[in-house]
Design a protein around this ligand. Sequence first.
Ligand code: IPM
Ligand code: MG
Length: 362
Amino acid sequence: MNFKIAIIKGDGIGPEVVTEAMKVLSRVAEKYGHTFDFQEVLAGGCAIDAYGECLPQSTIDTAKAADAVLLGAVGGPKWDDVPGDQRPERALLGLRKELALFANLRPAILYEELSQACPLKPELVRGGLDLLVVRELTGGIYFGEKKTGEDADGKYAYDIERYSEKEIRRIAQVAFDMAMLRSKKVTSVDKANVLDSSRLWRAVVNDVAKDYPEVEVNHFYVDNAAMQLVRDPRQFDVICTSNLFGDILSDEASQVTGSIGMLPSASLTTGNFGMYEPVHGSAPDIAGQNKANPMATILSAAMMLRYTFSLKEEADDIEAAVRSVLADGYRTPDLLSNESDPEGLRQIGTVECGNLIADRIY
Ligand code: IPM
Ligand code: MG
């Protein structure tokens, strides 16, 4: 089969990790007889440097015309003084909105091989950890009305959290669909003891739940959810939540696995289209040093094969290759330096890591 993939390498370690993911994709293409047509475009700080804007229209057009987007990371200290509406991060928000990527899937998996990396007590994660944060990505306070002004009390600023029933319904449906493929449990997270928007959220989630009688549903306030994630993370299967709460809880969930360098993500539309990117950022401190862990981006490419291209076997193949490299003791620096590291681990760089994974796909 033939697929067009828009490649947005971005800033910091983005180019390095995406290059390795492209290497792995090319190997998959060879093995299974597919063609991946990579179309590289700029977004983020590098686009500010090249075009004076973080998200050029040509990038949006190429992304829209592609079958999927693979993105590295954007941002860095170099662009700290750029005005708010042109910061590199705005490119991400712009892509999400322009491409209507309302459903953000952020799996947090604790690989058995990396159980040492988990900062929680071993008994809390015995048997592994596998949860999925389903975050609403194009609504809520990120995109609500906002204003900075001045009145008799001095300066003021506000950002409005607004959700429509339609927005809540479609993200809840994604969460329940995902739960049906997993352990059939959805935890919806809100702040319904305080917020109107959360009370609507909860009512709509309960309504959607009626269509999924096999799925168990419960509701947590966000403060409690944050606590439960470190108290007993195995109680979660799918967490369904708003844009802002999902931003916070997905970082927490990723830290619970101890290895943010391992975590992929997918941002999906109602169709099959999606943008795939690692959960980690651009890590400017280690950029260009062959130190970054490319696994999150490589696993994001696997998610792309699974969700957008429906190439399940190929996706399984990549995931198995990653696990096999870990099982053989290879570790990028982010996965090392823990005093409780088992013996016999071998430190590798970004490029070597990509090569090892690609070589296991044959
Ligand atoms: C994320 C990031 C972004 C967000 C930032 C960079 C705008 O934190 O993808 O989680 O808040 O959504
Ligand atoms: Mg975030």
